[in-house]
Design a binder for this molecule. Structure first.
Ligand code: GLN
Length: 473
């Protein structure tokens, strides 16, 4: 399969037709989408028109940009003007956004070709896509297993070769965990480096958009296009995204790598930790020094996250009231209409989060729960900062296990939440982290190794990822 880097180079040079590239990918969609269900909505016609336009521009001597002719799949919580955006929720049925997310505008301006909107856990709440109102996505490596979540459709789309790259969102692990389970690269960049304008909000202080791809270089290329300041997002950092691509071959010689002790023990499968140790060995062989490091407060990450994220979600989801968006269930009074609409429109997990968050924010409980979680969040950031005084990057598993069978964890919310123990602390700290495929577990399914870095440490994170990619056996 072609990489985004190769496609863009070929199309820009006039050696590859954007339309032919698109058709190659759409042929794979025809063959496997019925089985995989990566997409909520395909935009083939618009994609063909865009690709044809790109080929014409190249023929006329124009350069369409760094992603010329690259098909992209978009998580269905990214607003696309004129194209339905459902968040895989009944409550948004029939809603069509009046504007396009900044990241999508930037992709298109760089020559990329959106092919469709991908499936997710409803409002990005979940770790398996089993919470989608439209049915789950299946893992392309084994269709009896989940692709991870919440961005399972975006991960599966890349793993199945439906698109060389896709976008997801990561609030507690929703890019990295499905990337690990589907055997692709997934990146959560530093909070504030990629605009959230047009991303349907879940936990606003945690949400970040990032890429999925088959290669580390493709993820770097996409981030350089979508990243950088956006005046439309008040949490957007000034300046442009660091240029990571030019450092991919810098190696890790002299780099200090720390394996996070707390993420290598209880609850993490032995075949997964074995792959992390193999990754550490590969980095050592490439000239890095590797040691274990304790980042104690990360053990409280899950508890803090399940107060902060639901609190923010309960506030963000208050807007789905039957008045402004999507579905309305009529009733005698406005209050009853809102209650009936929200009862019918939201799935069980979303309701659970709204109740958790409302409780944690209510008078008398605010300080005990939400306030305390914010303090723990600070502790986690401090413990990471202390580790980064001694280490350039940290290493851990991305997910505690490889892809699990459908239904395995749906009866017990806590079992599902535990999928994100290794990814959540990064979101609470606002730091970047990425998952890199590094071989397979005992069941032959992909294992992802997580590379974590301090805020704005994307260059060193990608250098490490590139070495892992080059040394995987
Ligand atoms: N699985 C986590 C949750 O359910 C993370 C989701 C995400 O990152 N969007 O909240």
């Amino acid at each position: 399969m072609r990489t985004a880097v190769d496609i863009a180079a070929g199309v820009r040079a006039g050696e590859l037709s954007a339309l032919e590239v698109l058709d190659e990918h759409l042929e794979r969609v025809v063959l496997r989408e019925a089985e995989i269900h990566a997409f909520n909505h395909l935009t083939e016609e618009a994609a063909r028109a865009a690709a044809t336009g790109l080929d014409r521009r190249v023929a006329a001597g124009e350069d369409p940009g760094p992603l010329a002719g690259v098909p992209v799949a978009l998580k269905d919580n990214l607003c696309t003007e004129g194209v339905p955006t459902t968040c895989s929720s009944r409550i948004l049925e029939g809603w069509i956004p009046p504007y396009t997310a900044t990241v999508v505008e930037r992709l298109v301006a760089a020559g990329a070709v959106p092919v469709g909107k991908t499936n997710l856990d409803e409002f990005a709440m979940g770790s398996s896509t089993e919470n989608s109102a439209f049915g789950p996505t299946r893992n392309p490596h084994d269709v009896t297993r989940v692709p991870g979540g919440s961005s399972g459709g975006s991960a599966a789309a890349v793993a199945a070769g439906f698109a060389p790259v896709s976008l997801g969102s990561d609030t507690g692990g929703s890019i990295r965990q499905p990337a690990a389970l589907c055997g692709v690269v997934g990146v959560k960049p530093t909070y504030g480096t990629v605009s959230r304008l047009g991303l349907v909000a879940f936990g606003s202080s945690l949400d970040q958009i990032g890429p999925f791809s088959a290669t580390v270089a493709d993820a770097a290329l996409v981030l350089e296009v979508i990243g950088g300041h956006d005046p439309g997002d008040s949490t957007s950092l000034p300046g442009s995204f660091p240029s990571v691509s030019e450092h991919l071959d810098d190696g890790v010689s002299g780099l200090r790598v720390g394996i996070v002790t707390e993420m290598m023990g209880d609850g993490i499968a032995a075949d997964v930790t074995a792959r992390v140790r193999a990754a550490a060995d590969a980095l050592a062989a490439a000239g890095a020094t590797v040691e274990e490091v304790s980042v104690r407060a990360v053990t409280y990450g899950l508890s803090a996250y399940y107060l902060v994220a639901p609190a923010e979600a309960s506030s963000n989801l208050a807007r789905y009231d039957g008045v402004r968006y999507g579905v309305r269930v009529e009733a005698a009074t406005a209050g009853e209409m809102m209650e009936a609409t929200r009862t019918a429109g939201f799935g069980d997990e979303v309701k659970r989060r709204i109740m958790l968050g409302t409780y944690a924010l209510s008078a008398g409980y605010y300080d005990a729960f939400y306030g305390k979680a914010l303090k723990v969040r600070t502790l986690i950031r401090r413990d990471f900062d202390a580790a980064y005084e001694r280490f350039d990057v940290l290493l851990s598993p991305t997910s505690p296990t490889t892809a699990f069978p459908f239904g395995d964890k749906t009866a017990d919310p806590m079992a599902m939440y535990l999928n994100d123990v290794c990814t959540i602390p990064t979101n609470l700290a606002g730091h970047p982290a990425m998952s890199v495929p590094f071989g397979v577990g005992d069941d032959g399914l992909p294992v992802g190794v997580q590379v974590l870095a301090p805020a704005l440490g994307e260059v060193v994170m990608f250098r490490t990822a590139a070495v892992l990619e080059g040394s995987v056996r």
